[in-house]
Design a protein around this ligand. Sequence first.
Ligand code: ZN
Ligand code: ZN
Length: 267
Amino acid sequence: MEYSKFLLESLAIYSVDLGIRYFACALIGFAVLWMTRRWIAGKRPVPRLPKSRQIRREIGYSLATTVLCGCIAPVIFVFGLGSNLNFYGEVSDYGWLYFGFSILLMMFLRDTMFYWEHRMMHTPKLYPRMHHVHHLSFKVSPLSGLSIHPFEAIIASVIPYTLILFLVPKHPTAYLIFVWADAAVAVITHLGYEMFPRGFARHWAGRWIGTATAHEAHHTKPGCNYGLYFLFWDRICGTIDPAYEDNYDVATSAEQRAHEEAAAMSA
Ligand SMILES: [Zn+2]
Ligand SMILES: [Zn+2]
């Protein structure tokens, strides 16, 4: 009885843990949309605030995803694998260089697993059974990121998180940075509003980084831009949207122009 109470408590704690990260980032995302909406009202049609029906649906699926991810800890406890999670205690054990590298490594592994899982989800058998749920958000919102079918949540989130926990030696703080970044990226890529600067998509480094413009294109014309954090795999495998850089220029120049006009008006 005590053991099952412990498992239920850990399920609740870890579900709420992810929920706080994700919904806090989504709340900031909505605030950004609201503010930019005021700044550029009348200048162009996006960003738009989603309809309440879409928000309700996305909250429901996102909550299911957070509870499923919360199951990772209890399952690890049930199998007695808690001591195999590859955390180390002192930063000096591996040094600061590895501390930073481990965060990038976790992001790279997460992105790689996501890219191939995402491509698999777009096959004719899996798309109508699972992935269409995510694409019900034809117009993205800050809550679209975790709005996925529960079976896809297991493949796209639960399994990658679990593998990273076991495979990558990491300091707890590095892991905390990674999971917050993961929640933030889920929101930023579904913002429908480009936060990166003008020219970023053509920059030697920026061209490898996933953006809101890249992922929004995936929602409006599936078949391109499958990546999450990065565009490595999309560029290597030829699934990058050929119009990506041009679309990015249009999105950022419109925003830049609106900001400049707003600044001129308030001066
Ligand atoms: Zn998709
Ligand atoms: Zn998406």
